[in-house]
Design a protein around this ligand. Structure first.
Ligand SMILES: NC(=O)c1ccc[n+]([C@@H]2O[C@H](COP(=O)([O-])OP(=O)(O)OC[C@H]3O[C@@H](n4cnc5c(N)ncnc54)[C@H](O)[C@@H]3O)[C@@H](O)[C@H]2O)c1
Length: 411
């Protein structure tokens, strides 16, 4: 390459910009000028977000200001939008978010895993604060959990920059928040870290039964984003006899792309005996060794015992919230079959960190995990986006401040 005067001028500019970046905190760096106010989507009433404008405060010594790129809509956001089961309104939501660090407090040099962090890096936050196997979920009642620690789920103090459905979010490092530098991952993968961590945890829970092995026959009931990610995690682990069960043919087709070997459309089989027979047939005349329940439907919980062999295992992870009671026959379904049942809720901090590798490995073996994000909406269309997601028109719907690639419907 010829080094001419223009090149030299450009190189000098870059070196000077680099020096400015390393000059300490409060430096916007390459991420553009930071405005005085941020736009935050506050859920102010059932079924209604209002995009409000709040001042961006001075960034404290332990804090991080992030310019949001995109945030997935989770089932929990939808539950809040529709019913506010946790009584949180008014609240800034959005916890499946990622963006670019634009200001760093002078004490912040590393992320929660010890990886160096600088302005311009890509960041995600995690709801879990300590690497403690006893802390398997965020506990809304835990004394040591300050409101502003949980981004996008709990109301905060008066700053309001604590949800990812926004254009800026302020990470308060002094409150023990956990955050990770994931600059080596593409935007869609970063948006999928949080839901994928739910499945890394569910599979870890399943492994505690000792039943899940390379050659296990595994049934996954429910092929929304959660069930589909479950299939991808299983496939990435090397399990290759998976039957996906759902009533939606498009979702079942996607399940095959994610690594399911067989599919069963429950709508085509009337009565539990016929349905159980279809699952048995899918495994060449055997019931499943292990099953994952990935719907929030009580009827689906009752059904799934009929898909599992005697001595098999079940991981129930579909009831993130209270969706009502399910009827089972404890004698026939549990005792007489000696079913090994585990429940799974959210994830541990370690599972969350494992998920970074899972997503890279899934991509490396050709699983189209990022295609799960089918639709994205700008912040100002957040109400429309939630209605769209609730109507199950896409798979994973995201709120984005930048357009996603051409495989996504940009609304
Ligand atoms: N354990 C956790 O920590 C955790 C975390 C996130 C979400 N969840 C829960 O997981 C569940 C699934 O999440 P999602 O985002 O994939 O939801 P979703 O609504 O997009 O998908 C559910 C799927 O289940 C299918 N389904 C419904 N009834 C069925 C039945 N009887 N048999 C087979 N399939 C049936 C639907 O067709 C749909 O495709 C939700 O209830 C959610 O609350 C749990």
């Amino acid at each position: 390459m010829d080094i001419n005067s223009v090149n030299i001028e450009e190189i000098v500019k870059q070196v000077l910009a680099g020096m400015a970046d390393s000059a300490g905190p409060e430096t916007a760096g390459g991420a553009g000028e930071v405005p005085k106010t941020a736009h935050v989507a506050m859920l102010t009433a059932l079924g209604h977000f209002e995009v409000k404008e709040y001042p961006i405060p001075e960034v404290g010594d332990d804090d991080i200001l992030v310019k949001v790129e995109g945030t997935g809509i989770c089932g929990t956001d939808q539950h809040e939008f529709k019913k506010d089961p946790f009584g949180l309104i008014p609240v800034a939501l959005g916890h499946e978010g990622t963006g670019t660090v634009v200001k760093l407090g002078r004490n912040v040099k590393k992320d929660s895993a010890g990886k160096p962090l600088k302005v311009g890096d890509k960041l995600v936050t995690c709801m879990i604060f300590q690497d403690d196997p006893e802390i398997t979920m965020f506990d809304l009642n835990k004394q040591n959990v300050g409101a502003a620690d949980v981004y996008g789920l709990l109301p905060d103090d008066d700053i309001h920059l604590n949800g990812w459905f926004a254009d800026y979010i302020l990470i308060k490092g002094s409150r023990g928040s956990t955050y990770f530098n994931v600059s080596d991952m593409d935007l869609k993968s970063r948006i999928l870290i949080e839901p994928a961590a739910v499945l890394v945890h569910a599979v870890e829970r399943a492994k505690t039964t000792g039943i899940l092995r390379f050659n296990s026959r595994v049934a996954v009931q429910g092929c929304g984003p959660i069930g589909l990610l479950c299939i991808a995690v299983l496939r990435t682990l090397g399990i290759n006899n998976i039957t996906a069960v759902d009533g939606n043919e498009q979702r079942l087709a996607f399940a095959k792309k994610m690594g399911a070997d067989q599919t069963v459309n429950f709508m085509n089989h009337k009565g539990i005996d016929a349905l159980s027979g279809a699952v048995r047939e899918s495994f060449g005349g055997h019931l499943a060794d292990f099953a994952f329940q990935c719907t929030g439907s009580p009827a689906a919980h009752s059904n799934i015992y009929h898909f599992i062999r005697n001595g098999g295992g079940l991981c129930e992870l579909g009831f993130f919230i209270n969706n009502g009671e399910a009827t089972i026959n404890p004698h026939f379904d549990l005792c007489a079959k000696e079913i090994n049942l585990v429940g799974s809720w959210v994830y541990t901090l370690r599972d969350y960190m494992t998920t970074f590798d899972f997503l890279k490995r899934a991509k490396a073996i050709g699983l189209p995990v990022t295609e799960l994000i089918t639709d994205c909406f700008p912040l100002e269309k957040i109400n429309e986006a939630h209605e769209f997601a609730l109507a199950q028109k896409g798979l994973k719907v995201a709120i984005t401040n930048v357009a996603l690639d051409g495989s996504t419907n940009n609304h």
